[in-house]
Design a protein. Sequence first.
Length: 262
Amino acid sequence: MADFILRALLAGLMVAIIAGPLGCFVVWRRMSYFGDTLAHSALFGIALGLLLDINLELAVIMACMLLAVVLVMLENRRGLSTDTILGILAHSSLALGLVIISFTDNQVNLIAYLFGDLLTVSDSNLLWIGATVVIVLGVLFKNWNRLLTITLHEELAQVEGLNVLQLRLLLMMLIALIVAVSMKVVGVLLITSLLIIPPACARAFTKTPETMSAFASMVGCIAVCGGLAASWFWDTPTGPSIVVATSVLFMISRLAGIGEKS
């Protein structure tokens, strides 16, 4: 197997494994628009990285995590709904990113960042993704029960003495990290689909949160393999091919679910 295909496969599988459980929280908490907002802020991070001449991955992580903090702060101020806040942040960060890019001299290939370029993953990218996935998995495993409690019933979590604000911020930070490192895999505009579609597939076939997260990771891994295969044999763009593969799996899961009910 060619080295670039092996690197692409490993990077895609690592992202799919962690996107599964985190995507379940996105679905359970109805935070799908949050993923889109993070994706838009990632472009702002790219622009800052180019302007300040710093590592783009680090710049994207900083931008996504900053947006997560701002969102939590604004949510605690009454007056605007979460959807409204997310809409403002998403479009503001996207527009600001495009304006900043216009002031830079770098001839950056925005298409690769917007839609992914998995086949160009380098050894350093692979190490960066691997380290981030290991850290996020460790934090998620350690805080799984507490994050699940605030997701199911925030008032009950407060009664039990859990710091709901801190845990919400932690969850958003973890999602922000994965959105940032997934930039090379499916691109900033498509990462939300990798977070949402696999858990949506898994929901009809599982009965516990743990099995749903595991099933979602498995669906994501299958989609990565299918998308890479399509890109290899039919010369299609890799990131969109992975998203199409997840969509096909979702349609199959819906049809299977209908069959089981009937």
